[in-house]
Each structure stands twice: as C-alpha cells, then as structure tokens.
Design a protein around this ligand. Structure first.
Ligand SMILES: *Cc1c(COP(=O)(O)O)cnc(C)c1O
Length: 419
C-alpha cells in the first residue's frame, strides 16, 4: 500500500494534494505521511507476535523530532549514532531505556551523556572503545550496559557504500576478536555485558544475508555461554530493504520469522532488538520540486528543477534510483526522455537520468521514496537553504521544519575586526 497515490490525475499524500502543499509551503520540500510511518512501524512490531522484542528505529534515516515523537508514541525504541541524535530522541519524548548507541567513534562526552541518560546498550565497536567506556563509566561511578557490535563477515549483496558487515569494513569487532573482547569486558569493574549486536548493511532484499549473520552471531552466543558470559539481548541491526523501483524485499513477517526460527534452530531463545531505518521511513516521504526550465542540448532534454544534490544526496552519493512522478498528470503523448537535474554547480547534481516525463516548465515533480536518508543528508552547498519538511496527517499538512533562512545559514559566521 502506498500513501502517495494519484486521484483524478493529481498526486496526493494521504488526503492532501501535493500541489496544495507546494502552493502553501513552496519548493523544494519534503512531504511525509504520518500513516505511512505508523503502518511500517506497526508491521514490524506485529510480525514479532508475542516474542519479546524492541524496535529501535534508526534515527539517522530521518531524525525530524516530529517523526521521532510519532514513533515514541507507538512505544518505539531508537538506534542512535551521536549525542545529537540522543538529544533529539529525548526532546521527542523517547524512552532512553529503549535506546541503543552505535557508531565507531563515540567521544568521551558522548559516552558520558549516554550513560547519564541510562541508555539500554552502548554497542561497542572496538576493544579500544571498551576501555574508553570503562574509563568514562568509572569517572561517573556508574555501570555501563554494553554489547559488542560484531562483524560476521557476510555479504549483504547491496551497494558497497551501504555494506557494513564484511571484514574490510570499518564497523564492528571481527568474530576472531569478539570472544576475547567479551572476556575482557567481564574483567572491568564498570561494565555489564547486556547483549550482542550486528548490522551488516542496508537496502537488503533477501533474508539469507540476515540468517547467515544470525547463525554466526548465535555460535558466538553459545561460545560465550560456555564461558559463563550470559547474553540477554540479540540486536540484529537494521537493513531491511524497500521497493524503490521494483525490488522485492522480504515481508516483515518473513524477515522476523526467519530470525525467530534461526534462534530456535540453535536452541536459543532471547529477546530481539532490530534497528530499522529505511524500512520505516523510506517510502513514507517524497521530495517535492518544481521545474524551473526545460532545456534541450544536442542529444539531451533536461528538466532543470529547484532541488539539487544538496537537498537529496542519494543519487549522487550512491547512484540511488528514485522514481520521479509528475504531481499533475498530463497526456502521455507529450512525453519525452529527460535527465532531471538540479541547480548545484556539479555534474553529479542529477536526481534521475533518462526519465520519460510529460512535463512543462513550472510543473511540480515528486521524487518518490525520499523519506529515508533524504533531508538528514541535506546540506548548504552552493549556499542553498535547507528545505522545509511537512508531515501530512489525513487532510492536514503540518509544517514540521521551516525552510531555513539566509540568516540561519550564516548564523555562525563572523567577520574579522576592521583594520
Ligand atoms: C544505518 C544503520 C541502521 C539502519 O539501517 P537501515 O538500512 O536504514 O535499516 C541500523 N543500525 C546501524 C548500526 C546503522 O548504522
């Protein structure tokens, strides 16, 4: 089911037309569907049935505090990768006892902030980090609850820039090192072993990479148990893919059942945490943009739009494909093949190559599946203001982040004193 559909030739978000949102809030902007976020979250939650679990939404996918607040209201936990993300979760009313903290380079002050707020688990990515966690916990006189993020060395069969669980990746502790790392953790006075975590990559469209990783993690759980080290939670990361353009990822129930069954096969029964980002946010938002000009060079038609790679980086960064739809459908007879390009002065500032579109200058386009890793990667390159974000709830369009102003854009900048 999509919450972004045509009605009488007009593209809607839920019960609100995208053209009315563009008229009120301008372009470029991101438009989210509340129902879409909630439906995706609930689909994963209910797939667990009565198996003990926590859905730790990966904040980095879309960190608008209105989004976090809606998920917190459903009882979501959160996966964070920085102090800033934890501050957002707290601001949005999220429960820190359902927060897991990932990331390869957590600073001492970030760790201290997380411990003071009693997050559920610090997911440690190296032995050096373990020693740092001990030092910070001791200085605060607290016990830090930890997991190691292990690296099971499986190929998630996705884009190399979003593969994280192979030996060549900077993420996680190798399986060879993990056992000794856990043993070391049990020697430390201010560390309590809580769980084991892994996250092998993103936009994964099969269950086999997940179950392959699970087997390796469960072997480690057994080895640790034999050594008297008890794991209380299995954190299986995020990575469940979505349909951007015809992909067929596993359903939530296939994905979750494959994990529960994998545990049963190993004779293990533990609470599971997962860290979905893209699955919840990806198809819950679009980016709206307006065509400034149509341009015809020798062999090419360009639709030059008012959103660029600074607003939506994924195509330039990952060669990601986003379907691009006209907000108002015109007769297909007028269709031509266009490269949809943005204003930024880089040849990589392209939102989509070779798209068949029936459009004219001034038309609005919706860049689909832009709810995850969209606004969060927006930046100010070319001194472009960050776009607005709008959350649609049925017939209501709520502005959940105002368009950045020029004054905000330069607010940290100062001149040298006059000579
Ligand atoms: C990015 C990330 C996620 C979320 O990945 P998705 O593919 O968006 O589900 C989860 N956990 C960790 C540690 C991450 O870095």
């Amino acid at each position: 089911m999509s919450f972004f559909e045509y009605r009488d030739g007009q593209l809607f978000a839920e019960q609100t037309s995208l053209s009315s949102i563009a008229a009120e809030h301008g372009t470029p902007c991101y438009v989210y569907s509340r129902a879409a976020f909630e439906t995706q979250w609930k689909a994963l939650d209910s797939a667990f049935g009565d198996h003990p679990h926590t859905i730790c939404y990966a904040v980095k996918a879309n960190s608008n505090i209105a989004v976090l607040n809606l998920l917190a209201r459903l009882g979501s936990g959160f996966d964070i990768v920085s102090e800033g993300e934890l501050r957002r979760v707290l601001k949005a009313g999220g429960d820190p006892s359902k927060v897991v903290f990932s990331g390869v380079a957590k600073s001492k002050s970030e760790l201290a902030f997380a411990m003071q707020n009693k997050v559920r688990s610090i997911n440690i990515e190296s032995v050096a980090e373990l020693e740092r966690v001990q030092e910070v916990a001791a200085s605060l006189n607290v016990t830090a609850s930890i997991a190691f993020r292990v690296n099971p060395n499986v190929d998630p069969e996705t884009h190399p820039y979003i593969s994280t669980g192979m030996d060549k990746a900077k993420f996680g502790v190798t399986m060879e090192a993990a056992f000794d790392a856990y043993k070391r953790a049990t020697e430390l006075t201010n560390i309590e072993v809580h769980g084991i975590a892994c996250h092998i990559g993103s936009q994964i469209t099969k269950t086999s990479p997940f179950t392959d990783a699970l087997k390796i993690v469960l072997d480690m759980v057994k080895r640790l148990a034999d050594e008297g080290i008890k794991i209380k939670q299995l954190d299986l990361g995020g990575g469940l893919g979505i349909d951007y353009h015809g992909e067929t990822p596993p359903s939530p129930s296939d994905y979750v059942q494959s994990m529960i069954n994998g545990m049963k096969d190993h004779g293990i029964n533990l609470p599971i945490a997962i860290e979905p980002g893209r699955y919840i946010a990806g198809n819950s938002g679009v980016m709206l943009t307006q065509i400034e000009f149509l341009k015809h060079n020798k062999n090419k038609n360009f639709a030059i739009v008012d959103a660029g790679m600074n607003d939506l980086l994924r195509p330039a960064l990952y060669q990601a494909f986003h379907v691009i739809k006209p907000v108002e459908q015109r007769s297909r007879q007028a269709a031509k093949i266009f490269d949809v390009v943005g204003p930024v002065c880089e040849s990589a500032c392209v939102l989509g190559y070779d798209r068949e579109l029936a459009v004219e200058a001034g038309d609005l386009l919706a860049v689909m599946s832009a709810g995850a890793y969209g606004f969060v990667m927006a930046n100010n390159y070319n001194s472009r203001n960050k776009p607005a974000e709008i959350m649609v709830d049925s017939t209501q369009a709520h502005l959940v982040r105002k368009r950045e102003t020029f004054d905000q854009l330069i607010s940290g900048e100062v001149l040298l004193a006059a000579d």
